[in-house]
Write a protein that binds this ligand. Structure first.
Ligand SMILES: [Zn+2]
Length: 287
């Protein structure tokens, strides 16, 4: 039996304390102005002489029975930026103190957080610019073009057709490189499932949540690569998944694919390493 994937975006998943992401920690610190968020507390979080006095406090607790625990939240929301505030040790202990926590409501703490962080809004602008550059870096994909396509076509094509196909395939390679790695991994699962796969099954194979899969499908749809199957529910067969992802076919005048199927290369006879082609963008495996 496959191990069941725990969905931390599902509010019915039991509460579990998850580590705060690095990007969220950075954002919290950038917005703190290096000071405890408590009104009029001037405790510096990272003094010049070294050390670290900041503590990440949960506005609504990470675990059941914790202060201000809210069972309607998901685990990912509990560790999200909006639910966290950077305090000094003294004020963190104060708001979580079993005797006194009831004096500090969720609303009070959110107000304290927002008032403090707004003062450092300019720092946030700078940070989001950094984050964008970081994202650009992770989507910089290296493409290896094909040069003969003999592995795929053998001597089936005449020279002119073959050169035309090489050009087309390399255009497709460059187009695939505009998708993120995660989106290409999803696309590859769809192709390997004969161009149609249920959303839940895709989430299971890619180790993500359904919501993440929907976001990736949205990216693939904008790039004319895949979409949610628009067939109405009552026209689906009894065994079909209700929410399915399908590759876009050539019939939609896609300028990149030029109307000729690309996803069923394996039907031409030779086995195709779709992971190499779609995920690693190495089109030379088709030579
Ligand atoms: Zn403080």
């Amino acid at each position: 039996m496959p191990k069941e994937v725990v969905d931390h975006d599902d509010p019915t998943t039991p509460a579990e304390r998850l580590e705060v992401k690095d990007s969220v920690q950075r954002k919290l610190f950038m917005l703190s102005g290096n000071e405890c968020a408590w009104p009029d507390c001037r405790q510096v979080l990272v003094p010049e002489e070294g050390g670290w006095f900041g503590q990440i406090a949960h506005i609504r607790a990470a675990e059941r029975n914790g202060p201000r625990f809210d069972k309607a939240m998901t685990n990912n929301q509990r560790r999200g930026f909006d639910n966290l505030v950077l305090l000094c040790g003294k004020h963190h202990r104060l708001i979580d103190d079993p005797e006194r926590q009831h004096q500090y409501s969720r609303e009070d703490l959110e107000k304290i957080k927002i008032r403090h962080e707004t003062r450092f809004a300019r720092a946030l602008d700078d940070l989001s610019r950094d984050e964008e550059q970081y994202l650009d870096g992770t989507t910089a994909n290296t493409v290896v073009h094909c040069s003969t396509l003999l592995g795929l076509y053998g001597d089936f094509l005449d020279e002119e057709q073959r050169l035309g196909e090489i050009e087309r395939f390399n255009r497709i390679a460059d187009h695939l490189a505009t998708a993120t790695l995660a989106a290409r991994q999803l696309l590859c699962s769809v192709v390997k499932a004969n161009s149609r796969i249920g959303v839940a099954e895709a989430a299971r194979r890619n180790g993500g949540t359904k919501r993440q899969v929907y976001d990736l499908v949205d990216e693939l749809r904008r790039l004319h690569l895949a979409e949610i199957d628009p067939t109405p529910w009552d026209e689906l067969g009894p065994d079909d998944a209700r929410e399915r992802i399908q590759t876009t076919d050539g019939a939609r005048n896609n300028p990149v694919f030029e109307g000729i199927p690309f996803w069923n290369m394996h039907e031409m006879g030779a086995p195709v390493d779709y992971d190499a082609v779609i995920v690693q963008l190495d089109f030379s495996v088709l030579d």
